[in-house]
Design a protein around this ligand. Structure first.
Ligand code: GLP
Length: 240
């Protein structure tokens, strides 16, 4: 795993945006795997600024998001569809019909997951997957467990994750207890992965990812088996 150590959040965001911008220039019709959470917001802002400056274009891009609460309305302010519209899609020239987020309203979650993976395959696979990391080492919503699932699926969220994400909701009771997530296999199929992490509260998870053996109890450890992962982090996430 390559590591880019940054001084602060701004530098981390810029480093992530530069990698995505490089791909957009090299392969304008690329498939992006996108993530939500507070971590990538600055990176999306930088990409918007580059788009406004005429440096990059999203007009031929297809995107697949990593996860989505279930059930949730796409118009709900905390849905990941809403997040992506607000933080990126509404500000750049991406064709929204080519932006995909797991359907948080589906009546048929059993078929939604495999259909999502099949659509990614049909689009040629993800060229670049953006990831954050949960404080418990989750990626997407692949939570620490005795076993991990390969494909996109609905999962129960751990209390730790519900607690961490409750800051975005009126109360902890309002946080959905389930979510769609790309599975570990879906994530590992991406040709390249960048994982962004900042702040001391991510240090334990980052340290475990880097130094522990691969374990389902810290799903991010599996990224060590991927041939092209770049960890972009600040010093606090790396060193505590
Ligand atoms: C969330 C998301 C993840 C995200 C992680 C970290 O629950 N499901 O995709 O990477 O937790 O979030 P944040 O960037 O807000 O710390």
């Amino acid at each position: 795993m390559k590591i880019i150590v940054c001084e602060n959040y701004e530098e981390m965001s810029k480093a992530g945006a530069d990698i995505i911008a490089g791909l957009l220039k090299e392969k304008p019709d690329c498939v992006l795997g996108l993530a939500t959470g507070s971590t990538p917001v600055g990176m999306y802002k930088d990409l918007i600024a580059m788009y406004e400056a005429g440096e990059i274009s999203f007009d031929r891009v297809t995107s697949y998001n990593l996860d989505e609460y279930y059930p949730i309305e796409p118009t709900h302010e905390q849905s990941y569809r809403y997040f992506m519209n607000q933080n990126l899609f509404d500000h750049v020239n991406i064709d929204k019909a080519k932006t995909f987020v797991p359907n948080g309203l589906t009546k048929d979650p059993e078929t939604e997951g495999p259909a999502y993976d099949a659509a990614i395959e049909a689009a040629g696979g993800v060229d670049l997957q953006v990831l954050g990391i949960g404080q418990n080492g989750h990626i997407g919503f692949n939570e620490p467990d005795d076993a991990l699932i390969a494909g996109t699926h609905v999962t129960d969220l751990t209390d730790n994750t519900i607690e961490a994400n409750s800051r975005f909701f009126a109360s902890k009771a309002d946080v959905p207890t389930r979510a769609f997530t790309m599975g570990i296999g879906s994530i590992m199929k991406a040709k390249k992965i960048i994982l962004l992490a900042n702040g001391e509260n991510k240090h334990a998870a980052v340290a475990q990812m880097l130094h522990d053996r691969i374990t389902t109890q810290c799903p991010a450890t599996i990224l060590k088996a991927h041939p092209d992962v770049v960890l972009i982090c600040d010093k606090k996430a790396l060193n505590g």
